[in-house]
Design a protein around this ligand. Sequence first.
Ligand code: 8DG
Length: 128
Amino acid sequence: MKQLVVTAAVIERDGRILLAQRKPETHMGLKWEFPGGKLEWGEDPRAGLAREIREELGIEIEVGDVLEVVSHTYEDRHVVLMGYSCRCRSGELQKLDVQDVRWVQPDELLSYDLAPADVPIVEKLLRL
Ligand SMILES: Nc1nc2c([nH]c(=O)n2[C@H]2C[C@H](O)[C@@H](COP(=O)(O)OP(=O)(O)OP(=O)(O)O)O2)c(=O)[nH]1
């Protein structure tokens, strides 16, 4: 089984959180998640997360503290998912490598069809 280290951005703006929908042809296709992706070998996690967000959404973010770290085993892979609190710095949101995006009120996050590994991150967010 492969093991992936994945970073995810919990981006807050005006009290709402950004969710992204995965493209249909990917693992967990059409599930909603916090945008981000796999780290490259040797890459600093915050730099890797800023890179992924630039590539997927065309915006620059400020990556803050770790919100939660989740270990989740899917059928074919073990994912270590690191969720960071983030803010937008500049740029216009574009759907460069995501199916869709949505700014969501925190109390509505759990009504989305989330990637299962993301649920503990949402629960942590809701406890804060
Ligand atoms: N970016 C991101 N990925 C997540 C989250 N939750 C979660 O389980 N994942 C999983 C889905 C994927 O297996 C992996 C991230 O992979 P990715 O987004 O970089 O790339 P990918 O679809 O091309 O992956 P792959 O099929 O090529 O292995 O982590 C999340 O909140 N954000």
